[in-house]
Design a protein around this ligand. Structure first.
Ligand code: ADP
Ligand code: MG
Length: 493
């Protein structure tokens, strides 16, 4: 192909390009021009000053780049906001050299309305995305592959305790996780077993707050790829503290519910058995007494019969305790003075032989508010705890009874301590269970503390024991001063 044809094509290509391309002499004279708007005017405009032809101006345009391009020999690109609404005019000006001298200049004049619009849209949508992320209720943290933090939104600030600037400038992603956890997250992100490559869903991990606290979170994370290349990671997470707290409270309530159901059904069972036993026990006692009274018996036989009577009596005591435990009678809730209830129980017990060498210290706060309670149940409760304490001291030691008001004045606290054998740690959780006893056969029924438990429960209070084996035991009872009325509760179990 000869050069003529090549040049022709070049010219046609310039026309097809459909932008103004003007070649101008250093004196601003048009040497050649292409573009649709020029079309047939080509011959008219060649040799005329370009400002006259294209702008209808008497002198070169104000921001004409030609002088600069001639002086520096380097191309120039000027962008100017033409029509303020939507277009950007770009003026490219290139030198055409003859040797080292600029012989002419080629100017290309582009309007860039579409590009400009796109840029603006892009700008707006990335600003929108950014504020979307920043205002997310979930914590959002994004980091470069190197670990440098790129995004740290308000929720992340709140959960992690770092300021945004601090996070962006001084932190790395591994600083917000304890130990090796950040690396573990990355390992899981890359492993197939967690929701697919580069993604992690609902992963339970801890964050390390600025103040050192560990915050349990649920993390959704992803690796950001450009093609096949990992460029960043982004994580969305929420604070699980409240959820976990609620779950724990729920579990505790469930356990309590189970416990009180267990107590209630055991109570019913016990009541049934107790009633069944009462009649034959009455028979055994009655007939043993009759035989003792009406027959001349050998001493050995008499002793055996006495033994039968004694054992029958013990059975009846147990049955009585069982019935008390499973009380079906209506309670009478009235305001009572707890100090007085304690003193009365002590008064009844004090004269028993087993109390002889026991020091009793009463440390009862004066002017305590009255507690709504069933007095019979209160007496039983104190009796059981005090008897256990004295039994644990095996006749010698100190019994301390203390009452106070809780600091918020909503509950009455009763502490009953002894200097007895104490309770080994492994059996401590069992002592409130019905029939749990460590006492030898015939001495303990294992029902005392389960009764205490159900009474306190019924009061809406709580009872706990702490013990130092070998040194003693303290029972702490908390009773609410006002009752949340939950109907049926008032009528025994
Ligand atoms: P019981 O007295 O019939 O054994 P309880 O329910 O009253 O049944 O008590 C259960 C168990 O708790 C006792 O057998 C004992 O091992 C333990 N216990 C209760 N109170 C004390 C105490 N103050 N000191 C040591 N052990 C105690
Ligand atoms: Mg007991």
């Amino acid at each position: 192909m000869d050069t003529d044809i090549a040049q022709k094509y070049l010219l046609r290509a310039l026309d097809a390009f459909n932008k103004r391309v003007i070649v101008v002499s250093p004196e601003f004279k048009v040497l050649a021009a292409s573009g649709q708007s020029i079309g047939s005017r080509q011959t008219e405009i060649v040799g005329k000053p370009c400002h006259e032809v294209f702008k209808d101006l008497p002198a070169p345009c104000e921001n004409c780049p030609m002088g600069e391009v001639m002086a520096t020999g380097r191309p120039s690109l000027r962008g100017s906001q033409g029509d303020p609404e939507e277009r950007m005019a770009c003026l490219y000006c290139y030198p055409i050299f003859s040797g080292k001298k600029v012989e002419a200049l080629v100017m290309m004049d582009f309007d860039l309305p579409i590009l400009e619009g796109l840029e603006e849209k892009l700008h707006r949508s990335s600003a929108f995305l950014r504020s979307l992320i920043l205002s997310s209720v979930d914590g959002v943290i994004a980091a470069e592959k190197t670990g440098k933090i790129l995004i740290f939104n308000d929720a992340a600030v709140e959960i992690c305790g770092y300021g945004v600037d601090e996070a962006l400038n001084r932190l790395e992603i591994r600083d917000i996780y304890p130990g090796d956890a950040a690396r573990e997250v990355m390992r899981k992100l890359r492993s197939e077993e967690y929701g697919g490559r580069g993604k992690l869903k609902g992963y339970r991990v801890d964050l390390l707050r600025k103040d050192g606290e560990l915050i349990p979170i649920s993390l959704n994370a992803a690796i950001v790829y450009e093609g096949d290349r990992e460029v960043a990671t982004i994580g969305f997470f929420n604070d699980l503290r409240e959820t976990l707290r609620m779950k724990e409270a729920l579990e505790k309530t469930q356990i309590q519910l189970l416990q009180s159901e267990k107590m209630a059904s055991l109570g019913k069972l016990a009541a049934g058995v107790a009633h069944q036993l009462n009649n034959p026990l009455g028979g055994i006692t009655l007939f043993a007494k009759l035989v003792l009274e009406e027959y001349e018996l050998e001493e050995g036989v008499q002793e055996d019969l006495q033994r039968i009577l004694k054992d029958a009596q013990r059975c009846r005591d147990t049955v009585k305790e069982l019935l008390e435990f499973a009380r079906q009678t209506r309670q009478e809730m009235r305001p009572h003075d707890i100090n007085q209830a304690i003193s009365r129980t002590l008064f009844l017990l004090e004269n028993q032989a087993i109390f002889q060498n026991i020091d009793i210290e009463k440390n009862l706060a004066p002017d305590l508010p009255l507690v709504p309670a069933d007095i019979q149940q209160l007496n039983h409760m104190f009796m059981n705890i005090i008897l256990n304490a004295v039994e644990a001291m095996e006749g010698k030691g100190k019994l301390t009874l203390k009452t106070t008001l809780s600091s918020n004045r909503e509950r009455l606290l009763i502490e009953i301590s002894d200097t007895g054998s104490g309770i080994p740690e492994d059996i401590l959780p069992q002592i409130f269970e019905p029939f749990f006893t460590t006492k030898e056969d015939g001495k303990g029924t294992g029902l005392g503390l389960s009764l205490v438990y159900s009474i306190v429960e019924n009061q809406g209070g709580s009872v706990t024991a702490r013990s130092q084996p070998g040194e003693g035991t303290t029972f702490l009872i908390e009773l609410p001063l006002t009752r949340e009325d939950n109907g049926g509760d008032e009528h025994g179990k």
